[in-house]
Design a binder for this molecule. Structure first.
Ligand SMILES: *[C@@H]1O[C@H](CO)[C@@H](O)[C@H](O)[C@H]1NC(C)=O
Ligand SMILES: *[C@@H]1O[C@H](CO)[C@@H](O)[C@H](O)[C@H]1NC(C)=O
Ligand SMILES: *[C@@H]1O[C@H](CO)[C@@H](O)[C@H](O)[C@H]1NC(C)=O
Length: 377
């Protein structure tokens, strides 16, 4: 079996999202019925997605033009209704201004869906959750399903330094948002926007019917159910059920452990603990040769890759450079449908010393040459 699992360079770096927001009271559920015609929804499907009627506080609000007309929760539900697959599954990513500029991250992200294998049709199920007005404006130009969350005075528009105060707030905002999604009984793939999608991952993910949550890894030890794997929450598939909802609530509540801990650090800690075990959520770790990242990988077999995440990589421009190179290699290969010699990408994400970079090799094996078809599982 080929080694796709090199040594990890450092802990998984992720673009973040989310943070503390101005708390906004939940909209009344009955208001939903007046919104039905506004959103051209069928009322029969609409009642299923009402939030629980208990007194709950939304952490999210919307402060753009239609906020005065449509309460945030109604907008939220309408966007989900439109984007959902028949089985109540959506794809979610988050976006801030720095990643929303022309020809930057969001463009590469969306472009990857256009050129992936079976991924184009998934775009209609993608919801882009925007953290500032610029990101929201750009989203409306390029994508049908956009949401804007209130940021409560915190500015998420810049490139966030890893583990800065605002970065951590953004990250936790995301977890809270995903908790809300589960509460609405939607299953989801959450994907960071610095993940390029090369193939439709759903058949592979849904195949594991006993997994409640599946998560990508920075380092994968070959055992999908081993909690000692080193996960990366930048790509997760979560089925909406009691266990996953309980888990997300718990995960979010544990942010209080330390103001310096992001979602990933807290996740890494709680997965070993009794409370996590008592929730009974089946957690499956995804093999890096399918759901890859730059952390441990110096070469990758593009005939197997579903997604590639610019992890272990500092800075927008390095991420863009490396993702662009990989996407271009992929596009060329798809066009030609030929065995090509490995493409070597000068990985700006792996700068050795100034101006010197390691290379990531993209290996395009011919389709019939599946010499390691049977994976341990
Ligand atoms: C919601 O709960 C809070 C405290 O739990 C309470 O102070 C408030 O009055 C409640 N609001 C409604 C509308 O029930
Ligand atoms: C992005 O490009 C489009 C045209 O391709 C242009 O209309 C728009 O103003 C540009 N936006 C920014 C933020 O540069
Ligand atoms: C959640 O959605 C699934 C899939 O549509 C459905 O089977 C299930 O009954 C729903 N659960 C609740 C509690 O509404």
């Amino acid at each position: 079996m080929e080694t796709f699992k090199g040594t990890s360079i450092n802990s998984g770096e992720k673009h973040g999202n989310c943070g503390r927001g101005k708390e906004v009271g939940a909209a009344l559920c009955c208001a939903a019925f007046f919104m039905v015609s506004y959103f051209a929804l069928s009322s029969s499907s609409f009642h299923e997605i009402l939030l629980p009627e208990q007194n709950r506080t939304m952490l999210f609000g919307i402060d753009n033009d239609d906020a005065n007309v449509v309460p945030y929760e109604e907008k939220l539900k309408a966007v989900f209704e439109k984007a959902s697959m028949p089985d109540r599954t959506v794809i979610i990513t988050t976006l801030n201004a720095a990643w929303a500029e022309n020809n930057t991250m969001i463009d590469i992200f969306l472009e990857s869906f256009q050129h992936g294998d079976g991924t184009q049709r998934l775009l209609q199920h993608l919801i882009i959750v925007c953290l500032d007005q610029k990101a929201y404006d750009r989203c409306l130009e390029i994508h049908p399903h956009c949401l804007k969350v209130k940021t409560g005075g915190v500015d998420f528009s810049g490139e966030q330094a890893l583990l800065s105060h605002d970065y951590i707030k953004m990250i936790w905002r995301r977890i809270k948002f995903l908790e809300t999604v589960l509460e609405m009984n939607y299953s989801f793939i959450f994907t960071d926007a610095d993940v390029i999608w090369l193939r439709d991952p759903f058949p592979q993910l849904r195949h594991e019917s006993k997994a409640d949550m599946q998560i990508a890894c920075d380092r994968f030890n070959g055992k999908p159910w081993d909690i000692r794997n080193k996960p990366n929450a930048g790509f997760t598939y979560v089925r909406a059920n009691e266990k996953t909802l309980t888990f997300y609530k718990y995960w979010y509540s544990e942010r209080r452990r330390s103001s310096k801990m992001a979602d990933q650090e807290v996740f890494n800690a709680i997965k070993y603990e009794d409370t996590f075990k008592s929730i009974g959520m089946n957690l499956r770790f995804l093999d890096t040769q399918y759901f890859g990242g730059f952390c441990g990988i110096m070469f990758t077999d593009m005939t197997k890759a579903y997604t590639m995440h610019a992890t272990c990589c500092k800075g927008l421009s390095a991420k863009l450079n490396d993702l662009r190179a990989i996407l271009n290699g992929w596009k060329n290969w798809r066009q030609q449908r030929l065995e090509t010699s490995p493409v070597s990408v000068k990985a700006k994400c792996h700068e050795l010393v100034e101006g010197q970079y390691e290379r990531i090799r993209l290996v395009f094996l011919p389709a019939q040459n599946k010499d390691h078809e049977s994976e341990e599982d």
